[in-house]
Design a protein around this ligand. Structure first.
Ligand code: C2E
Ligand code: MG
Ligand code: MG
Ligand code: MG
Length: 289
């Protein structure tokens, strides 16, 4: 394998392949130091409850800002973090950072009801994942029941039997679990019923296609209702999509129409401007940190 012969061999490949490999090697080397160099940051994308207009929920989305380069989006570096296993420590950082931020907002009287965090296959496969996640959340004094872990269908189906136990344990610990990008994978209705999950996120491709075809979204909404799941429409970009979703009793929406993912201070300003998420009782913390 050329990989073992090192960089020189890699560079002899011609054209695009070589360029792509070099770029990957370069990013990998940079990523190895990204955590200690504090180059990661989180953006927060608000979710709105359609019936009330309230915004008290977000999804945390990872960004990478290397010292001397433009900000890099997940699609470009998460696969590398996955391949190398670095996603495990980065994933822990993400959860710790979310808990820290939620705590800060709570002390300011901004009560976040639901904070979603993406979890990758490599993380979920860890035998002690539930303990690991719980200890991060407990240490930060956040109530696990506001933390929602987003998994994709392919992660769920990877090892169904073992996952059932993990999902049960997450539930016992107080977390909620969501299926991200729902509809793009291959989970059967029967599996869905047996899994301990609390939320479905309708993939944005179905929301995007609403003007041509409403059958799938209707079917997913009906099914989620039947199973008693919280439902979030992803990638909502137009008023038409929003009114359709509201008329069909979709509970929550997330998308550019409401807001792009925002840095923490801008997210805070956004929800304060809506005036919805503040509470008279700022000290909802289990303990002060
Ligand atoms: P996702 O979890 O499905 O996140 C939603 C993605 O859709 C985000 O892309 C978000 O910026 C984008 N989005 C939101 N609203 C709209 C819209 O109205 N229109 C369009 N076109 N896009 C919209 P982003 O932030 O680039 O993240 C991409 C993916 O990277 C995420 O997809 C998730 O799978 C992964 N990811 C992000 N952060 C993390 C993380 O902390 N850990 C792990 N394991 N994966 C992450
Ligand atoms: Mg997600
Ligand atoms: Mg998604
Ligand atoms: Mg995705």
């Amino acid at each position: 394998q050329s990989k073992n012969k090192g960089r020189n061999t890699v560079e002899r490949y011609s054209g695009r392949l070589s360029e792509a490999l070099n770029e990957k090697l370069r990013l990998t080397a940079m990523l190895r130091r990204a955590l200690e160099q504090k180059e990661y940051l989180l953006y927060y994308q608000p979710q709105q409850e359609l019936a009330t207009g309230k915004v008290e929920c977000f999804e945390a989305l990872l960004r990478w800002q290397p010292q001397s380069e433009a900000m890099i989006f997940p699609d470009k570096f998460i696969p590398i973090l996955e391949e190398t296993g670095m996603i495990v420590s980065v994933g822990e950082w993400v959860l710790r950072e979310v808990c820290f931020q939620v705590t800060c907002w709570q002390t300011k009287g901004i009560a976040i009801q639901h904070a979603s965090v993406n979890v990758s296959l490599r993380q979920f496969q860890r035998p002690d994942i539930v303990k690991e996640l719980l200890s991060i959340v407990t240490e930060s004094g956040v109530d696990p029941s506001i933390i929602c872990l987003e998994l994709t269908e392919s992660i769920m189906m990877d090892n169904f039997r073992e996952n059932l136990h993990k999902l049960q344990a997450l539930r016992t610990a107080g977390f909620s679990v969501s299926i991200d990008d729902f509809g793009t994978g291959y989970s059967s209705l029967n599996y869905l019923r047996r899994m301990q999950i609390q939320e479905l996120k309708i993939d944005r491709s179905f929301i995007n296609a609403l003007s041509e075809d409403t059958t799938l979204v209707n079917a997913i909404l009906g099914m989620a209702r039947g199973l008693g799941l919280r439902i979030v429409a992803e990638g909502v970009e137009t008023e038409e999509q929003k009114s359709f979703l509201r008329a069909h009793n979709c509970e929550f929406m997330q998308g550019y129409l409401l807001s792009r993912p925002l840095p923490a201070e801008q997210f805070e300003a956004f929800i304060l401007s809506l005036g919805a998420a503040t509470t008279d009782n700022p000290q909802q913390l289990k303990k002060n940190v």
